[in-house]
Design a binder for this molecule. Sequence first.
Ligand code: DGL
Length: 270
Amino acid sequence: MQDSLANSVNPAVLVFDSGLGGLTVLREIAALRRDLKLVYAADDAVFPYGRLDDAALIGRVSAVMDDLIARYRPALVVIACNTASTLTLPVLRAKHTIPFVGTVPAIKPACARSKTKRISVLATPGTVKRDYTRELIREFAGGCEVDLVGSEWLAPLAEAYLRGEEVADGRIAREIAPAFIDRGSMTDTVVLACTHYPLLLEKLRKLAPWPVEWIDPAPAIARRVASLLPAPGSPVTEPTRAFFTSGKLPGSALAKALKSFGIEAAGEAV
Ligand code: DGL
C-alpha cells in the first residue's frame, strides 16, 4: 500500500524509534517546523532494542525501514533512537538515498558545559557497549572524565509511565544512581543518551542525588532536520499519525499522552 503522504506539498518526515522515546524528538521537530507532515513509527513488537544483539538489531531495523520508506516515501528519516543510530546508520545510508538523521550521545556539548569535567552518559546497555560511543569519547571528551552508565530498565519504565502505569520512584532512583559519581571530581552533567529518558525528566530532577545538568539532544536534532529540508512552507492541516509494529492500538492513557505530543490518530500496524 502506498500512502498519500508522498503527494503532499508538505515534506513528509518519518520519526522512528523502538517505542515511545522518539516522541521527545518528534515534539521538538513539530515545534520548530509546523509545515512538516510528521509520521511516527514505533517498532514496539520487539521493544526494547537495548537488549538485542548487533546482528539482530541491524537486520530488524533494516527490514522495518525498507517497509516504512516504501509506504510513506518520506523526504527524510529521523532514527530517534541512540541504540539503533549508533549501529545501523551506515547500513541504512548505504541502502537508501534519502537523508537519515540519527541520535547519538551528546558527549561533545556535555563535556564543553561541564565545570567539574566529569560527565555521565546514561544510555541503554546496547549504546554503552558500542564502538561508536567509545569513538565519540575518544574524539570529543578532551580532558573530561566520561562515565558510561548502561540502564536495562529505564526505557521500559519510561514506557510504562507514559502508558499511565504506576512507576515507583525507587525503581527510577536505582537506575540513575550509578550516573552520580564523586571520585576526585563530581558528576555535574548527565547526557540523556536514550530518547526515552526525557519522558521522565521531571522525575529524574526530583530523584537525582544532587543537582546536575541533564542534556537532551532533541532540540539540536530538530535543528539538524530543519537544515536539511527546503525552507518552511505553509503549516500542515492533517494530524500527525503514529504506527506501531505490534498492531496494538493505544489504551486511553497512552492515547491521551500521544495527544500531548500532537498525535491525534494512531493507525494500523506498520
Ligand atoms: N529510545 C531508544 C534509544 O534512544 C532505546 C530504547 C530501547 O532499548 O529500545 O536508545
